[in-house]
Design a protein around this ligand. Structure first.
Ligand code: HEM
Length: 516
């Protein structure tokens, strides 16, 4: 009897979902639905997504069969995959506001107190106001202001001292932890006006919980596709909650300290800037929207800082690691950057932000790294907030949209030899000016959801790389094989682990150790 009942429930649920899918496929207003991968009731298209390749590569391959824009079912969610720049720009720019939603999942709810941050917050008046004040606060530290430059240069100096120490004793280093520390310290200084020395217990705790969060979020948990699985014990979700609670305690401590000695006249860091923006909006009765009227709470500010750590550390560190990996593979590119540095900056001073204009080959190399190995190959999923269309296809409200940046950056119609690492493609015909040769290039996304840290990330990439390459030549220790360029897909696309020798360049053999 019980078996019969279960069978009935299964058949009814199955038929309902099939009917629903059929409805989804039917056209409205003369538009058609995107081609869809086969889907079964409950599990959706999971069976068609079994592949030895990571999702961005699989989604690129599936274009051959389904076209550049197609859809699939993730459990009960309809997901459109976009593999070409015209549709990507329609989603991000032309209809940016319609596609500005974000999916809510079990994981993101734990991470962001149910979407009270920027990256996973749904598009709303609160979100718009929130993003505006964070953007304003970040701009105060942005280009033109010397403080962010000073913060990054202090960390670059400290990183170079560590490389010098290692070189002095002939030690090859895995640069990953050192780069993570340097980039984390930039974000700590920016957010809390504090930086940490190697081995500081609070800093080590921060690195541990961040890694815990990255590892669990990367697992692409089944509870996010089937939220009802939460009723079962789930080790990953438990670990995530533990790491988030450690993060939140630390954020709360910093937040309380800032509120205690906050002054309207001194702005030490981003947290002060956010507090000031929120207070002035609260006090400004004439403003059309104020912090109170849009419900911007302390939680929102705390989650913003959480976002800046979450979105700002792993991404920038990973791009630096990819840059170094490609320079090791292409010593002639490394040499050309060093020649440019020698002739434009020299050896008597360190590179500064305003050298960027005179170092086009270094800038072109950074652009090429961001193209060939986009750290966030699927961006963050977008959600259609209303019924709409994409090209000739109908899109229903609630549909998730994944922009496959990997396909855009490796589109053979847009890029000559897309797998070839060639910084020269970003230089003009004289080789002296910068250009973007294709519209199929969106390393930071675009439109209302464009990366909030783009300017900061570009400053960090430029300063860290120019400081290192001015002082050192990076190479593999003798007998080591070249690291793989394939990358491991997770929260970001990670290069392989390997060790490098940082050999001081002539004139830089005796650097003073300034690492703390
Ligand atoms: C090289 C380093 C970085 C790369 C390649 C990168 C790339 C991206 C991409 C592709 C997106 C998704 C856009 C979309 O969904 O349409 C994004 C979003 C975001 N990034 Fe970055 N990012 C980097 C560094 C940073 C830094 C340093 C910060 C912090 C200051 C940051 C903060 C954010 C935030 C808050 C969002 C969410 C924006 C929103 O949903 O409105 N990112 N980033």
């Amino acid at each position: 009897m019980a078996l019969f009942l279960c069978l009935c429930v299964f058949v009814v649920v199955g038929l309902t979902l099939l009917a629903w899918q059929l409805k989804l496929r039917m056209s409205t207003h003369g538009h058609r639905e995107p081609p869809c991968l086969p889907a079964l009731p409950l599990i959706g298209s999971l069976l068609s997504l079994k592949s030895p390749h990571p999702p961005h590569v699989l989604f690129k391959e599936l274009q051959m069969k389904y076209g550049q824009t197609y859809s699939l079912m993730m459990g009960s969610h309809n997901v459109i995959i976009v593999n070409q720049h015209v549709h990507a720009k329609e989603v991000l720019l032309k209809k940016g506001k319609v596609f500005a939603g974000r999916p809510r999942t079990v994981t993101t709810d734990v991470l962001t107190r149910a979407g009270k941050d920027i990256a996973f917050g749904d598009y709303s008046a609160t979100w718009r106001f929130h993003r505006k004040i964070v953007h304003g606060a970040l701009c105060m530290f942005g280009e033109g202001s010397t403080s962010i430059e000073k913060i990054i240069c202090a960390e670059a100096q400290s990183l170079c001292s560590i490389l010098s120490e290692a070189a002095a004793v002939g030690l090859a280093l895995d640069l990953s932890p050192e780069l993570t520390r340097a980039v984390t310290n930039v974000i700590c200084s920016l957010c809390f006006n504090s930086s940490y020395c190697r081995g500081d217990p609070e800093f080590e705790a921060m690195l541990r919980y961040s890694q815990g969060i990255v590892d669990t979020v990367a697992k692409d948990s089944l509870v996010d596709i089937f939220p009802w699985l939460q009723i079962f014990p789930n080790a990953d979700l438990r670990l995530l909650k533990r790491c988030v609670s450690i993060r939140d305690k630390l954020l709360q401590k910093k937040f309380d300290e800032h509120k205690e000695d906050y002054s309207d006249h001194v702005q030490r860091d981003l947290l002060d800037a956010l507090l000031r923006a929120k207070r002035s909006a609260e006090n400004n009765n004439t403003a059309e929207i104020s912090a109170e009227s849009v419900g911007l709470s302390d939680d929102h500010l705390l989650m913003t800082v959480g976002d800046i750590f979450g979105a700002g550390v792993e991404t920038t560190t990973t791009v630096l690691k990819w840059a170094i990996t490609y320079l090791i593979h292409h010593p002639q590119v490394q040499k050309r950057i060093q020649d440019e540095l020698d002739s434009k900056v020299g050896g008597d001073r360190s590179p500064k932000l305003n050298d960027r204009g005179s170092l086009p080959y270094l800038e072109a190399t950074i652009r090429e790294v961001l193209r060939i190995r986009p750290v966030s190959p699927l961006l963050i999923p977008h959600v259609a907030l209303n019924d709409t269309s994409l090209g000739d296809f109908t899109v229903r409200k609630g549909t998730r949209v994944i922009i496959n940046l990997w396909s855009l950056h490796h589109d053979e119609k847009e890029w000559k030899n897309p797998e070839l690492f060639d910084p020269g493609r970003f230089l003009d015909n004289d080789g002296t000016g910068l250009t973007i040769p294709s519209s199929s290039y969106l390393p930071f996304g675009a439109g209302v959801r464009v990366c909030l840290g783009e300017a900061l990330a570009k400053m960090e990439l430029f300063l860290f790389l120019s400081w290192i390459l001015q002082r050192f030549t990076l190479s593999l220790p003798p007998g080591h094989t070249l690291p793989s360029l394939e990358g491991k897909f997770g929260v970001v696309l990670q290069p392989a682990k390997y060790k490098v020798n940082a050999t001081p360049r002539p004139g830089w053999e005796r650097q003073k150790c300034q690492a703390c």
